[in-house]
Design a protein around this ligand. Structure first.
Ligand SMILES: C[S@@+](CC[C@H](N)C(=O)[O-])C[C@H]1O[C@@H](n2cnc3c(N)ncnc32)[C@H](O)[C@@H]1O
Length: 239
C-alpha cells in the first residue's frame, strides 16, 4: 500500500520545529530581556571582532543581527520555527550587514561544507534535538581554522541547583520551554565534538537578580582545528 504523503492528504507539512506558543512568548520576552537583563550588551560582546562569512544557527527573532560588526560580509541565519523566522526576516531588513534568513535545522544544515569563517550559537544548544549531530554539522560547514562563537545556558550552581535542573529536564521544562533543556553542558559538548576551546567565561543572567535554573551561562570561542601548517586566529575577548 502506498504511504500517504502530506501533499496527497491536503495537509500542510508540519515544521521540523513546531513550538508556536513558545515562539510567541519568546518573541516578547527576548525583546524585554535585551535591556532588562542586559542581553543586548552580551550579544555585542559575543559578536565583536567577527569577520567574513558567518552562519548563525537557530537565529530566533534575529536579535543578534544588529550587533554584527561591519567586517562581517554576510550572515546566513538558520531558523526552523515559522513565526520566529518571519520576525528574523523583518530584523534582517533593518540591519546593516546582509543577512539571509533560511529555514533549516542544526542537525542537517542546508549549506555547503567549509563555506563559513564563523558559526554563531546563541541560546540554541539547549534546544536542539541532537547536540552531537548539530555540532558535527557545525564542524562540517566551518572552514578549517574557523571559529565558533557561543553564548549558551546550561548546567551550573551547586548540587541542589544541578539536581533541580536535571529534574526539570526530565519532567516539565522541555514541554514548557519549546524543547529547551537546563542541564546540558555546552563546553563539554564542543570539546567532545573535536573543537579546540578558546577563551570562555561563565556568567550569570542576570548578575544582580535571583539565581534561577536558567541563569548559568557561558560565552566564548572554539575553533575547528586548522590544517597542519596553517595558523589560527585570536578569538573572543572573554575577559
Ligand atoms: C532560545 S531561542 C534563541 C534564539 C536566538 N539564537 C537568540 O539568541 O535569541 C532558541 C532558538 O533555536 C531554534 N531551534 C530549536 N531547535 C532547533 C534546531 N534543531 N535547529 C536549529 N534551531 C533550532 C528555536 O526555533 C529558537 O529560535
Amino acid at each position: 500500500m502506498p504511504l500517504r504523503s502530506a501533499a496527497g492528504s491536503g495537509k500542510v507539512p508540519r515544521d521540523p520545529v513546531h513550538h508556536p506558543l513558545f515562539a510567541r512568548y519568546y518573541a516578547r520576552l527576548s525583546v524585554a530581556a535585551e535591556t532588562r537583563m542586559g542581553l543586548g550588551a552580551v550579544r555585542g560582546r559575543l559578536l565583536a571582532g567577527l569577520s567574513g562569512r558567518v552562519i548563525e544557527i537557530g537565529a530566533g527573532n534575529g536579535l543578534n543581527f544588529a550587533h554584527y560588526p561591519g567586517t562581517v560580509s554576510e550572515v546566513v541565519a538558520i531558523e526552523p520555527e515559522r513565526l520566529l523566522r518571519q520576525l528574523a526576516l523583518e530584523a534582517a531588513m533593518r540591519c546593516e550587514v546582509p543577512v539571509d534568513v533560511v529555514p533549516g535545522v542544526a542537525e542537517a544544515l542546508p549549506v555547503k561544507s567549509e563555506a563559513f569563517d564563523a558559526v554563531v550559537l546563541s541560546l540554541v544548544l539547549c534546544g536542539v534535538r541532537d547536540v552531537s549531530r548539530a555540532l558535527s554539522e557545525v564542524r562540517r560547514v566551518l572552514r578549517p581554522g574557523g571559529e565558533v562563537r557561543f553564548f549558551e545556558h546550561g548546567i551550573g550552581g551547586g548540587p541542589t541547583m544541578r539536581f533541580a535542573q536535571r529534574a526539570l529536564d526530565r519532567t516539565v521544562w522541555p514541554a514548557l520551554a519549546g524543547g529547551c533543556h537546563l542541564s546540558r553542558d555546552p563546553v563539554a559538548a564542543l570539546r567532545d565534538a573535536g573543537f579546540e576551546l578558546g577563551p570562555y567565561r561563565r556568567l550569570l543572567l542576570s548578575e544582580q537578580g535571583p539565581r534561577l535554573p536558567i541563569s548559568y551561562c557561558v560565552m566564548g570561542s572554539a575553533w575547528r582545528p586548522a590544517r597542519p601548517g596553517s595558523e589560527s586566529k585570536p578569538g573572543l575577548d572573554a575577559s
